[in-house]
Ligand binder design. Structure first.
Ligand SMILES: O=P(O)(O)OC[C@H]1O[C@H](OP(=O)(O)OP(=O)(O)O)[C@H](O)[C@@H]1O
Ligand SMILES: O=c1cc[nH]c(=O)[nH]1
Ligand SMILES: [Mg+2]
Length: 212
């Protein structure tokens, strides 16, 4: 694959199969949304695989025993609006107690630079592991700006989870945020002259919300 990109590709067959359906241009908003939610849950399951565990003493209806629970920092989910919202419910399905922050960014179609329009975060971001979610990592401008905003608000433990990426975007995030692990379901070929991922899946926000 691509030189020395620091990225984990989640190649679970269910994720790859569902992504292929999402990519097809015939797939409508309803199915697209449902698949994105399912993939977010499956990717979240893989990403949380190495979360630390600790022992806890409990009592079942039958006996006392030592059992496991997740230790360490609590989790926060931060979707990048709009399209990141499509991955939020899948993540909350598996981490229902997570707090949720919202970052509003859109990509200026001419400059391809991210424009900030909203930011509302839990007060304790410094004490949480924040999983930033956005289906598309194209030039990397939006994800990188979101990570910078979170660090400016005190975040110290960050993970980026995107569905489809371009090598260009992974490179930018690796360079600007070397401390942030990046998880994707695919690293595609390249960006076209409008900054769209090729082959990609088109405009994720428009496909989720039917605003094509
Ligand atoms: O890596 P980049 O080049 O920054 O591109 C990726 C961004 O573009 C899309 O958002 P968009 O600007 O279309 O906003 P939307 O989610 O409101 O549709 C996508 O959801 C990412 O946030
Ligand atoms: O291919 C792309 C690039 C940016 N944003 C999208 O939604 N799709
Ligand atoms: Mg969009």
């Amino acid at each position: 694959m691509n030189e020395n990109l620091k990225v984990t590709v989640i190649d679970h067959p269910l994720v790859q199969h569902k992504l292929t359906i999402m990519r097809r241009k015939e797939t409508g908003s309803n199915e697209f949304r449902q698949l994105l939610r399912e993939i977010a849950m499956l990717m979240g399951y893989e990403i949380t695989r190495n979360f630390p565990l600790e022992d806890v003493e409990i009592e079942t209806p039958v006996a006392k025993c030592t059992a496991k629970r997740i230790a360490g920092k609590k989790v926060g989910i931060v979707p990048i609006l709009r399209a990141g919202l499509g991955m939020l419910d899948g993540m909350l399905d598996i981490v229902p107690a997570a707090r949720v922050g919202h970052i509003g960014l859109y990509r200026d179609p001419k400059t391809l630079k991210p424009v900030e329009y909203y930011c509302k975060l839990p007060s304790d971001v410094a004490d949480r592991t924040l999983i930033v979610v956005d289906p598309m990592l194209a030039t990397g401008g939006s994800s990188s700006a979101a990570l910078t905003m979170l660090k400016e608000h005190g975040a110290k433990s960050l993970i980026l989870m995107c569905l489809v990426s371009a090598p260009e975007g992974v490179r930018v995030v690796n360079k600007e945020h070397p401390d942030v692990p990046v998880y994707v379901a695919a690293v595609d070929d390249h960006l076209n002259d409008k900054g769209y991922i090729v082959p990609g899946l088109g405009d994720a926000g428009d496909r989720i919300f039917g605003t094509l």
